[in-house]
Write a protein that binds this ligand. Sequence first.
Ligand code: MG
Length: 159
Amino acid sequence: MDFRIGHGYDIHRLVAGRPLVLGGVRFDTDYGLEGHSDADCATHAVCDALLGAAGLPDIGHFFPNTDPAYRGIDSQVLLARVCAELRQRGFEPSNLDVSIIAEKPRILPRIAVMKAALARSTGLSADRIGLKATTNEGVGEIGRGAAIAAHAVALIQRA
Ligand code: MG
């Protein structure tokens, strides 16, 4: 079997007056992540993990933040395109594991729906997606609520 593993990391600033989207799920908050797309750092970390596993350049290479086509775009669309890039090269996602680091909001109640969104975009079954959240215990910039970060690991295999 030809397995490949990849890691992705992303961080976006929290600002007032932006929608908060994490793992493809919109949270009901009056603050959100700053960025060119919907700024969904969890999904961006997944994209980079998948691309890294395939030995491909990062998400910024495929979807430059200088391109107006990607302004405000739903990152689930980007994730589906990343999976299409992989499949074109003979790879199939095998599983994902994602960690979100956020002081707020409470993420646990939305984990199942986030997994479902990532499952739809990747073609994986939800039981092949790990997703969890932790706070930064009040430490540093993430700890004071200035940003949300995410790490992801992806395993892919030759189809
Ligand atoms: Mg990003």
